[in-house]
Design a protein around this ligand. Structure first.
Ligand code: GLN
Length: 567
């Protein structure tokens, strides 16, 4: 039976055993689905491979929509601690998501929406709302078919809404986690219902190579993938990640024991430049194999690898220029994921300027008390970024760093919180407003130069929420910000904040030399500040790092790095 027949049959049965709500007018086969799962261990590049694959399919002229199915029960990533889970990535529509969405946006160079990110919490919330509204008509609501049905609906809605040729579904975690069992079951059902020609499973696994043995061992990978088989899921393609090149004998084993054609077992050992990965995968025949599984390799042909080659060249640093060292005044916790978009935005600058960027972490806690320690921490640093953040810890140290940059004419780029820090510092040391602060850190401060947004004040009692997502920023003619954006009147950037520059202090700031070169249309919310006399002192209430793209570095980041280089 073909997908269409299976779906019609399900739709016509009245016994209610099935629960497969379909979007109106949905036809299987119009959109293909590629499901990417991981096995053995997490963190071996499932996201990178999924986004590279998305890029490869896009390169063939396909309309690609990625979707990440995250297992956790949070409805979105907004409440997650970035030091534990990595950065919260904000989309244009204001959705707070996992950092993987940033990886996709950068690879595909397109804006994604909330529908591209689905957590278990979001699914359960929807189900409970429906149940309370009596939508299940007296049925007991069950994991199967209701949770799985809701997951499938989410995917098909995305397919209908976007008219995508292919949806690349990345499942968070690894096969065998309890948390993602229902997602996997939903996708097994999806393949059954859509027809095997319309859904292809890929598994990213890891081949161990213990030092003590000095050879590759595939048992863990086999067992990991066998769990998929036990769930009724046959992967069509697998990627074996490994430290060294995949041995032919391992490929054979994986093929034989897991029912996968040998040519569909791909080895990807550690590559240094992830931007080159799409081209590496293309040359191995990776996307070709997947499209072959889906029967569309003839419909979406490659037009040579010219564009991929150009991309991979433009996303690397050519020549041998010495690196520029940028300090980030944030908490480094051993994982770069907390500030991943900032690191990427710097990388984008390094491509454009052909100059490697080194990052040095500046631990700010207690820094304000020791002038000597501050000086020491700034050694070798050619420009400082004060990134976004919440809460009072390390704030005084950051203010000390901002002061150091202003007084020593050292390039300073303040992002969101970094904008507020620059204001506080300036208020204290130039306007001489003793104890000036943000009400976030000192609710009773005599000089609340940064305070709650008026719109936030109203809703604060209700738990509050943030000013989130894409907003217009009006640029003031003749300012540095305006010039750097090609004299544009307006740009659009992404926000995530609750506090702002207190409008009552705007005039005082301006009188002493701060230029507010970007502001919100109609309301007095200041969004970019600059100090024209400084080598480079700029800060913004938005997050430029979220919209910086590999071949389109953010203009202000770029100028910051340029100034740090001293050119
Ligand atoms: N804590 C500040 C605010 O809420 C800054 C937020 C941020 O840096 N994202 O306004």
């Amino acid at each position: 039976m073909k997908g269409q027949d299976i779906l019609s049959e399900i739709a016509s049965t009245s016994s209610g055993e099935f629960y497969t709500p379909l979007p109106r007018g949905y036809k299987p086969g119009k959109t293909k689905y590629v499901v990417v799962t991981g096995s053995v261990i997490s963190g071996v590049g499932k996201g990178t491979i999924s986004s590279s694959l998305s890029k490869l399919l896009q390169d063939r002229g396909m309309k690609v929509e990625p979707i990440k199915l995250e297992a956790y029960l949070n409805v979105d990533s907004g409440t997650l601690n970035p030091f534990r889970h990595g950065e919260v990535f904000v989309l244009e529509d204001g959705s707070e998501t996992d950092l993987d969405l940033g990886t996709y946006e950068r690879a595909l160079d397109k804006n994604l929406r909330g529908e591209n990110f689905v957590t278990s919490g979001k699914i359960y919330q929807r189900i409970i709302e429906k149940e309370r509204a009596g939508k299940y008509l007296g049925r007991d609501v069950q994991f199967i078919p209701h949770v799985t049905g809701e997951i499938k609906l989410e995917l098909r809605n995305l397919a209908m809404k976007t008219k995508a040729d292919v949806i690349v579904i990345e499942i968070g975690g690894t096969v065998g986690d309890y948390e993602n069992m229902f997602a996997l079951e939903a996708l097994r059902e999806l393949r059954y219902e859509e027809g095997s020609e319309n859904v292809c499973f890929i598994n990213i696994t890891y081949i161990l190579e213990p030092n003590s043995l000095g050879e590759q061992k595939s048992k863990a990978a086999q067992l990991g993938i066998k769990r998929l088989l036990a769930m009724g899921i046959q992967p069509g393609v697998i990627v074996c990640r490994s430290q060294t090149k995949l041995k032919e004998s391992i490929r054979e084993k994986m093929s034989l024991y897991l029912n996968i054609a040998r040519e569909n077992v791909f080895g990807v050992h550690d590559v240094s430049n992830i931007y080159g990965l799409p081209l590496v995968l293309r040359k191995k025949g990776f996307d070709e194999a997947i499209l072959h599984e889906l029967g569309i390799e003839k419909r979406f042909k490659t037009n040579g690898n010219k564009e991929l080659r150009a991309w991979s060249k433009k996303t690397s640093v050519q020549g041998r220029a010495t690196a520029v060292t940028i300090g980030i005044a944030g908490k480094y916790t051993g994982t770069a994921d907390t500030y991943i978009s900032i690191l990427k935005a710097l990388e984008h600058c390094s491509f454009k300027l052909n100059r490697p960027v080194n990052v040095k972490w500046i631990e700010t806690t207690g820094l304000e008390k020791k002038r000597k320690k501050l000086k020491e921490s700034m050694k070798g640093i050619e420009g400082v970024i004060v990134p976004g953040g919440f809460g009072v810890r390390g704030i005084e140290g950051k203010i000390a760093v901002a002061r150091y940059c202003r007084e020593k004419n050292l390039p300073y780029l303040g992002l969101c919180l970094g904008f507020q820090i620059a204001l506080i510092e300036f208020a204290r040391n130039v306007l001489h407003l003793k104890g000036a602060n943000s009400t976030e850190f000192e609710p009773k401060t005599k000089h609340p130069v940064v305070c709650l947004l008026p719109e936030q004040r109203k809703i604060e009692g209700l738990g509050g929420s943030m000013r989130l997502g894409g907003r217009d920023v009006e640029l003031k003619k003749g300012t540095i910000a305006s010039k750097l954006h090609g004299n544009a009147k307006k740009i659009r950037r992404r926000f995530r904040h609750r506090f702002e520059c207190n409008p009552e202090y705007i005039q005082a700031f301006e009188e002493k030399g701060i230029v507010f070169s970007g502001k919100a249309p109609k309301v007095p919310i200041m969004q970019i500040l600059e100090l024209p006399k400084h080598r480079f002192m700029m800060a913004m209430q938005y997050h430029p790092e979220f919209t910086s793209r590999p071949l389109r570095a953010d203009e202000l980041f770029l100028e910051f790095v340029r100034k740090a280089v001293g050119k």
